[in-house]
Every structure is written in C-alpha cells, then in structure tokens.
Design a protein around this ligand. Structure first.
Ligand SMILES: Cc1cc2nc3c(=O)[nH]c(=O)nc-3n(C[C@H](O)[C@H](O)[C@H](O)COP(=O)(O)OP(=O)(O)OC[C@H]3O[C@@H](n4cnc5c(N)ncnc54)[C@H](O)[C@@H]3O)c2cc1C
Length: 258
C-alpha cells in the first residue's frame, strides 16, 4: 500500500500572521513557518496504518518555497518514508486550481493507492484542493472525514454535517481529506530526526511535472484588491448593579437581536 500525504507549510497559527497588502500573499517572514497542524494529523493517520501494516509506504508531497525543507523533513522525522518537494518561483501566488494541478501531477509521479490531505489549510483556507486533486486524478473522493478505516482495497469513514453523520466508503485508489477530529500528529524523536536525514527527498519544479504555470495564467483568478481586517471594536460590558437584566434586554433590543 502506498499512501501519499499532502502537506503544506503555513505561518505559525499562534504567531503574528499578516497578508502583504501589495501582493495579497502571506508575509512568510512575519512568523515562524510550521507544518500545518491538520496535515500533521493526516500524516499521523497514514503512519498509524503503516505501524499496523508493515510494508506500507508513506510518501509526503509539498508544493512550497525552497525554504520549506525543514518543515517537510519534520514529516519524515515523524516516520514518513519519502518526500517530494515541488519548488518553483513561477508557482508563487499559485491559485487553488494551479496548486491542485501541480499536486495531482506530483502524486502521479510518486504513485498512490490512497491520498490523504487536510480538509482546510490554516492560512489559505480554500478547502477545495483535495477535491480538485481527486477530480484530476480521476479518483473517488471522501472529504471531511472525522474517522478513517483503511483496508487493502477500500477506505471508509464518518463525515459529520449539521444534519447528521454519514458513513461513506470508496474503493482504492481514492483521495481523502480529514478534519481536526482525527488524532494529533505524534512527536518527533531524536532517532526519527536523525533517520529523516537519510530518507529519499526529491526536489522537482513545475516543468519536471509537465505543468507550465505561465501558459494558463490568464485563465486563473486575479486578486483585485486586498485589505486588512478592521481591528475588533471593544464590546459592551454590563456590570450588574441590580438592573443588569433590564439593561441587557434593552441592549439586545437596540441591536435588533431580540
Ligand atoms: C513559491 C511558493 C510560494 C507560496 N506562497 C504562498 C503564500 O504566500 N500563501 C499561501 O497560502 N500559499 C502559498 N503557496 C502555496 C499555494 O499557493 C497554496 O498551497 C494553495 O493556494 C492552496 O490553497 P489552500 O491552502 O487554501 O488550500 P486548501 O484547499 O485549504 O488545502 C487543503 C489541504 O490540501 C493540501 N494542500 C494545500 N496546499 C498544498 C500545498 N501547497 N502542498 C501540499 N499540500 C497542499 C493540504 O493537505 C491541505 O491541508 C506558495 C507556494 C509556492 C511554491
């Protein structure tokens, strides 16, 4: 079984995060880069299966700036078998469609029985890359799974929605995205970090994958403007001096809530 996990480097969720008002891109220098936590969970899901099924290969694939090597190595230190890093300045600012095209080509190069991804990245937050990748690979997709069972020829899990929980299944090869309900990624060990240095790590550009970013530039979306979110307004605090109930009701009425 070969499981490909899509991993993305993102600015630290707990650090300061800023968008460049000139390019609309994340200011990557503003906070420490990390492996997206949701993707750590996807790596964990693959490794948990590999632990119980010796011979399973777990390959991680990332499209990220050249500086992301350490982040990708973290997935190898967790236990992944190999890594493919797509680096190309022409992919800077890639939109969702181009990203999916590049990732699908990278997955084809690696080969796969199952692709695992996060359902939504912490920075871009598009939430559609896994579905697009599935379409391009002509593989069934199970998105937003909160549980996962993998067998030799199928994958299944629970998909929770506002209305209830669906039990879904697909034959392999398939593409799956998981939610934060899945277990957290394991810690890396010193042994794992040392072993990661010797694991296969391939670096390719868009041309190696047969993708020409510039050819399709006009068909892609263009950012027209970007603005910072306005600072939060201070809320209204009601201190109880015997009349808090009345003041709260008056406040809600004035806001049109009640
Ligand atoms: C040179 C360079 C610079 C870049 N600069 C930026 C930047 O400034 N800001 C930014 O947001 N993105 C940047 N990217 C990455 C790329 O543009 C985004 O990954 C893409 O737009 C995906 O959008 P999303 O995160 O909203 O996807 P979502 O659909 O929210 O992602 C869902 C899941 O898809 C998978 N996935 C998504 N993107 C990638 C990826 N790149 N590699 C592997 N798996 C992935 C992950 O499993 C993720 O959890 C850069 C890439 C390169 C090569």
């Amino acid at each position: 079984m070969k499981i490909v996990v899509l991993i993305k480097e993102v600015p630290d969720t707990w650090g300061e995060r800023r968008l460049s008002l000139e390019t609309g891109l994340v200011e990557r220098a503003a906070s420490a880069p990390v492996l997206d936590e949701i993707d750590e969970r996807a790596v964990e899901a693959a490794l948990a299966f590999a632990d119980a099924h010796p011979g399973t290969e777990v390959a991680v694939v990332a499209m990220a700036p050249a500086s992301a090597v350490a982040t990708i190595r973290k997935a190898l230190a967790m236990g992944a078998t190999s890594a493919l890093h797509v680096v190309d300045d022409a992919l800077r600012g890639a939109d969702l469609l181009l990203t999916a095209e590049v990732l699908a080509a990278a997955i084809r190069r690696v080969g796969f029985d199952l692709v695992l991804a996060g359902n939504l990245s912490t920075d871009g937050g598009g939430g559609v890359v896994p579905a697009m990748v599935a379409e391009m690979l002509d593989a069934p997709q199970l998105t937003g799974l909160s549980t996962l069972e993998i067998t030799d020829d199928a994958v299944s899990g629970d998909r929770v929605s506002d209305a209830g929980t669906m039990r879904v299944s697909a034959p392999l090869p398939a593409v799956v995205s998981i939610t934060e309900a899945m277990p957290e990624g394991r810690f890396t060990t010193f042994k794992g970090i040392m072993a990661a240095k010797k694991k296969p790590f391939e670096t390719v550009d868009a041309g190696d994958l047969g993708v020409a970013p510039e050819d399709a530039a006009t068909a892609r979306y263009i950012m027209l403007s970007v603005a910072e979110r306005p600072p939060r307004q201070a809320g209204t605090k009601i201190v109880d001096e015997g009349d808090a109930g009345e003041r709260l009701a008056a406040f809600l009425l004035a806001e049109g809530v009640a």
